[in-house]
Design a protein around this ligand. Structure first.
Ligand code: ATP
Length: 429
């Protein structure tokens, strides 16, 4: 059973195949280290005897295959030991994926199909542990020298960049339990909203664009093609959410579908994919350690993610405040707005909103506190199909002087004048 503990150093002994589940306190960090044995956090081994610092609110588990002693220093919201975990089934999946990677590597790279490693997609309801399982599979793969590609399609609680984006990045080292996914050079597409229902068509267009781009990269890189992909998805699995899962399976050519914590989804997918002999639909148990998050917590997490983008995880980055003239920037929104004026339509017809239409946005105070993406596009008509360089946050709009003040991760000119706006906002606190 869990207990809130006082801020003292204490030791915890873990038996084989058990885990210490920790929720760090809301306003104080926690120090933790491995004293004896071996242990890992979501697939990444702990270095012996080195203190690791965990920021407030982080939730994680220290799992051991053969037994370990852990030392903790600091108060926690909750910590307890669990000896029932689905880890053995997860590592069995990993072993099967390893076999496929090796076979892909051994096959002639002229044969495009057989030299393709596993493309795993992790699906399931919210709070079933999808991101965590993705992370373990990636870290275990890197430990064996592979560089798998991580694709995150979760625009609400993604782990590659800020919310409102879909993104991909190669994973070359076990993922750091504190820092998370390294932000070196991710391939990021800006959707601009935190739920797909704002513009389902746009979401599909961007996912397809990302898939196309990765396919192209794989063509020239046998190593990453053999390592394959791990794709994390959203927890929306009903109705349009289900349709989007099928869409993702299709466009990324996923061949291993891991269904976490829901029998119904597993049987639906198994049925719908039964004519595809090369696609495996695997049912996996959800871990009892997964922490549920309500709408308010999710909103807060999104806000922290944006803060982390500009200020770093522990305020270790300093963003720059920059000023630009209105005329130096061109802001666009994607979708919305009628496609044609009513007068141009047949009598009685309603103007339909074109979901992927590019709409110029005039700069005014509506942009205050808005997060904009900086596109790599060179022309406006390339905006939809282009990935983004990064994000800026509007802190002031001076109508009189026609100047805009924004926060960016670095000083100097933006890589492009083309900016994309959605509904993503942030209140700096
Ligand atoms: P969503 O679909 O809502 O994004 P998800 O299915 O991806 O959620 P995760 O993000 O993997 O779920 O897990 C939710 C939270 O539970 C995370 O904070 C994660 O660190 C925590 N968690 C997962 N597994 C464990 C565990 N075994 N012990 C402790 N915490 C855990």
């Amino acid at each position: 059973a869990g207990s809130a503990s006082a801020s003292t150093v204490r030791q915890v002994k873990l038996e084989r195949e058990s885990e210490l589940r920790v929720e760090v306190a809301n306003d104080t960090p926690l120090r933790l280290r491995l004293l004896t044995g071996t242990a890992e956090i979501f697939g990444t081994e702990l270095p012996p005897e080195i203190w690791l610092n965990f920021p407030p609110r982080l939730k994680f588990a220290v799992f051991t295959w053969y037994g370990a002693t852990i030392e903790m220093d600091g108060a926690t919201e909750l910590d307890y030991i669990a000896d029932e975990t689905p880890m053995v089934s997860y590592v069995n999946v990993h072993a099967i994926l390893e076999g496929r990677r090796s076979r892909a590597k051994a096959s002639s790279s002229n044969d495009y199909d057989s030299s393709q490693g596993p493309r795993v997609i992790v699906v399931g309801p919210t709070d079933s542990g999808k991101s965590t399982l993705s992370r373990m599979l990636l870290s275990w793969a890197t430990k064996q020298g592979w560089k798998p590609t991580f694709v995150d399609l979760d625009i609400g609680q993604g782990s590659i960049t800020i919310p409102g984006c879909i993104a991909a990045t190669p994973i070359e080292l076990p993922i750091d339990p504190v820092e998370g996914i390294p932000l070196d050079m991710p391939l990021v597409y800006f959707y601009g909203h935190t739920t797909p229902s704002n513009n389902v068509d746009l979401y599909k267009v961007l996912a397809k664009e990302l898939a196309r781009m990765l396919e192209r990269q794989f063509t020239g890189n046998a190593e990453s093609r053999a390592a394959g992909m791990v794709i994390n998805t959203m927890g929306w699995i009903e109705g349009v959410g289900y349709e989007l899962l099928l869409h993702a399976i299709d466009i990324f050519n996923a061949n291993v579908i891991l269904v976490l914590g829901q029998e119904k989804l597993w049987s639906m997918l198994k049925d719908v994919l039964k004519n595809k002999p090369n696609v495996d639909v695997v049912k996996l148990q959800k871990s009892g350690g997964v922490v549920s998050r309500n709408a308010k917590v999710r909103q807060k997490t999104r806000s922290y993610r944006i803060k982390e983008y500009f200020y770093g995880l522990v305020n270790d980055l300093s963003p720059h405040s920059n000023i630009a003239n209105f005329s130096d920037l061109a802001v666009y929104r994607i979708g919305g707005g009628p496609q044609a004026p009513r007068s141009a339509l047949p009598i009685g017809a309603e103007p339909a909103a074109d979901p992927t239409r590019l709409v110029p946005v005039s700069i005014n105070r509506d942009l205050l506190h808005v997060i904009l993406a900086v596109s790599f596009a060179k022309e406006p008509d390339e905006i939809i199909s282009s990935n983004v360089a990064g994000f800026i946050y509007i802190t002031d709009v001076d109508i009189q002087r026609k100047k805009i003040t924004y926060l960016g991760p670095s000083a100097g000119d933006l890589p492009s004048k083309y900016l994309i706006v959605g509904t993503l906002t942030w209140l700096e606190t």
